[in-house]
Design a protein around this ligand. Structure first.
Ligand code: CAA
Length: 261
């Protein structure tokens, strides 16, 4: 899909970093079918582009995303959501990308917006960010992984508190409980996120991919199986040119030139 054809996204590149900005100013970037389908297309395009090494997902204006589009959801019935595989059909490409994706949360990340951020590999937040799972107020529960991911990231007490009361937390609390990695003043958020993404994108692509895959494994398996998985990939990286180059460069006191091979 050519970039100019997106209606609900702004897509751009900065060096080896692909930036996807959710853009529905009339609805605080609420996630309707058009927006989630376009995110899937944009992620696939960056994933396939050898000149891109890392991605950023962010939102335009005062929201990251204010959740699933309630106007689009309200008339849906069980038979509709079940047969169209609502959420599963168009929302989960973020969990399939092998290149790292950083969520730059600039404002409201509520409901599906918070869940989208949690599907990314790490979250950087602006001091103005607000996170919440307010679905309980709408007569439902989080439906794109929030009950599982939030609980694993911050523990049961805080997850239950947020999901049962629907209360929002600010960036400072999100940092304290481990939901986000870094917090910046609003005007510095994008610049600093791009810096981190560029740093990642310039390392050896195979090591980056293996690091992401291995950390994610920690959420899917036991400690001993996870460590075994890590050890196999670690060993495997000794078959790459980037391992030879990275270690030689250190010993020769020069910068490594990684080729992704
Ligand atoms: N869906 C559709 N439209 C939304 C929306 C959403 N999730 N969130 C905001 N909007 C729209 C508002 O309806 C409003 O449109 P109009 O100007 O046409 O009335 C516009 O965006 C601006 O919003 P507000 O006037 O409400 O802005 P505010 O600054 O007063 O409040 C807010 C901001 C607290 C985020 C408030 O908009 C809000 O509570 N939004 C809903 C948040 C929510 O419940 N999200 C969960 C959705 S359910 C879900 O996500 C399910 C899942 O797990 C997959």
């Amino acid at each position: 899909q050519p970039m100019s054809e997106y209606q609900c996204l702004k897509v751009e590149t900065r060096g080896r970093v692909g930036i996807i900005t959710m853009y529905r100013p009339e609805a605080l970037n609420a996630l309707n079918n058009q927006l989630t389908s376009e995110i899937t297309a944009a992620l696939r395009a960056f994933e396939a582009d050898p000149d891109i090494g890392a991605m950023i997902l962010t939102g335009d204006g005062k929201a990251f995303a204010a959740g699933a589009d309630i106007k689009e959801m309200q008339p849906k019935t069980f038979s509709v959501v079940y047969s169209e595989e609502f959420i599963t059909a168009t929302w989960e490409e973020l969990t399939r990308t092998r290149k790292p994706v950083i969520a730059a949360v600039n404002g409201f990340a509520l409901g599906g917006g918070c869940e989208f951020a949690m599907m990314c590999d790490t979250i950087f937040a602006s001091e103005k960010a607000k996170f919440g799972q307010p679905e309980i107020k709408l007569g439902v529960i989080p439906g794109s992984g929030g009950t599982q991911r939030l609980t694993r990231f911050v523990g049961k007490a805080v997850a239950m508190d947020m999901i049962l009361t629907g209360r929002m937390i600010d960036a400072e609390e999100a940092l304290r409980i481990g939901l986000v990695a870094r917090v910046y003043p609003p005007e510095q958020l994008m610049e600093e996120t791009i810096k981190a993404a560029e740093q990642i994108a310039n390392y050896g692509a195979l090591a980056v991919m293996a690091a992401k895959e291995t950390v994610n494994r920690a959420y899917e398996t036991t400690m001993s199986e996870g460590v075994r998985f890590e050890r196999r990939l670690f060993h495997g990286l000794f078959g790459t040119a980037d391992q030879q180059e990275g270690m030689a460069a250190f010993l020769e006191k020069r910068e490594a030139k990684f080729t992704g091979r």
